[in-house]
Design a protein. Structure first.
Length: 145
């Protein structure tokens, strides 16, 4: 916040190891609040950050993964989006992975590294994303469930 001169944090949501969900960026969790989590794709997405280090040995808990799945299912469901689908998005800036104007296909639940040149969300959390997508698709919060 201080380094970038923001008045709040860039991610829309935070989840802790117990699966507790916290509002990040101010403006209302059920509203299309523009985050600052993945440069080039912020206007198309909401950002969920799992607190911890998942690149250097940390392992996301089952409670945290389920909370991410349920939260993603709920947020995507507000817009009628399938958590297990893919979506075509246009990069609004050069991200180190994509060039501005490039149309890319991403999972509706993707890792930060899918859109921006970073190790985030870490190797162990990134490898858990397929299971999180599946859990989101069957979540009682998903559209149609």
């Amino acid at each position: 916040m201080r380094t970038n001169g923001w008045n709040d944090i860039g991610y829309n949501f935070f989840v802790d190891k117990c699966g507790t969900v916290f509002e990040g960026r101010a403006g209302g969790v059920d509203r299309p609040v523009l985050g600052a989590h993945t440069y080039g794709f912020n206007s198309y997405s909401a950002g969920i950050s799992l607190l911890g280090d998942y690149e250097n040995g940390g392992t996301p808990t089952a409670a945290a993964k389920q909370a991410i799945a349920d939260l993603a299912a709920w947020k995507l469901g507000l817009h009628g989006v399938d958590p297990e689908a893919k979506v075509a998005l246009t990069a609004a800036g050069d991200t180190g992975v994509w060039k501005k104007g490039q149309v890319v296909t991403l999972n509706t639940i993707s890792g930060h590294r899918d859109g921006y040149a970073t190790l985030c969300p870490g190797a162990t959390l990134y490898s858990a994303l397929p299971g999180i997508r599946t859990a989101a698709g069957t979540s009682p919060y998903a559209t149609g469930n």
